[in-house]
Design a protein around this ligand. Structure first.
Ligand code: NAD
Length: 279
């Protein structure tokens, strides 16, 4: 994707962290913005921070885990701007627990927000993007957790592996269809954002997570520290996405140290070796 000015970007999870930085960068590239988030007040604050002309922006409170809300977002975006050229399926939540302490509500929450949101985004935007003469691009935010299996994050890992394979599958299909729509997958490692406070956005229908104890609490503490200590920023993630868009590159993996972990995992698989502990 080379042309951004006067094109339209839809970004979910745009009120905070990586989504907010993607929105700022898209605005700086001259794009119209459609910003969606479950946190309405923070979304309004984000609009102020971006400082974009009202004619170029649409905001909407959306729970991305609900298909009907993504469908309405697509209707509004196409009605307002006549097209959608960049779709960033970015909203996400994290949860740290050992696998056997994830409740069904935990699984439903994390898979709903982190995986089904992307599925619904593709269902409701891509068929319309394919009909546009200008084409477009989809960027799905997965994670290092989509490439490796860090302990303490089972639902998150499952969701993010899902996002990676969904994106890879769609890549092959779009090529086979000779479509003017492309897809990329963003796989960050630790980035200091609000992700470790995801419980703030847990919808009532999923109840409250039980407090983490023992090993779950230790993993939770470790995740919190790792996120806080992340050296690359949300701005770095947004810059990496736009660089990849300009190069028409599928994998967006800004933390290059991840290569080692991915290689180890592949070697484990190829040599039938038991999973090597992650450092
Ligand atoms: N920060 C990291 O270390 C890291 C690493 C890898 C991947 N990611 C991924 O990056 C993406 C962005 O997360 P972030 O790190 O910027 O965290 P963040 O918490 O700062 O931002 C996430 C945004 O998603 C929104 N959101 C949460 N639930 C929602 C829902 N049901 N509907 C709509 N919006 C919802 C939140 O309100 C928030 O604005 C997520 O998909 C996350 O999994 C983050």
């Amino acid at each position: 994707m080379k042309d951004f000015a006067q094109r339209t970007a839809v970004i979910t999870g745009a009120a905070s962290g990586i989504g907010l930085e993607l929105a700022k960068r898209a605005a700086a590239e001259g794009m119209n913005l459609v910003l969606a988030d479950i946190e309405e007040a923070k979304l309004a604050a984000a609009v102020q921070e971006i400082g974009i002309d009202a004619a170029r922006i649409l905001t909407k409170k959306v729970d991305v885990s609900r298909e009907e809300e993504i469908a309405a977002l697509a209707d509004d975006a196409f009605a307002r701007f006549g097209g959608v050229h960049l779709l960033c399926n970015n909203a996400g939540v994290g949860l740290t627990r050992v696998t056997w302490e994830h409740t069904t509500a935990d699984w439903n929450w994390v898979l709903g927000v982190d995986l089904f949101s992307v599925i619904h985004g593709i269902q409701h935007f891509v068929p319309r993007m394919l009909k546009q003469a200008e084409g477009g691009h989809v960027v799905n935010t997965a994670s290092a957790a989509g490439l490796t299996s860090t302990p303490g994050m089972a639902a998150y890992n499952v969701a993010k592996h899902g996002v990676v394979t969904l994106s890879e599958t769609m890549y092959h299909e779009l090529k086979a269809a000779e479509a003017k729509v492309g897809v990329s997958v963003l796989c960050p490692a630790w980035v200091p954002t609000g992700i470790h406070q995801s419980a703030r956005n847990r919808q009532e229908s999923f109840g409250t997570a039980k407090p983490a104890e023992g090993l779950s609490a230790a993993y939770d503490e470790r995740m919190g520290q790792a996120v806080k200590a992340g050296r690359l920023t949300a701005t770095d993630m947004a810059n990496a996405v736009f660089e990849a868009l300009k190069e028409d590159r599928f994998y967006v993996i800004p933390h290059r140290k991840l290569n080692h972990a991915v290689q180890l995992r592949m070697e484990d698989i190829m040599n039938l070796r038991n999973p090597t502990p992650l450092g």
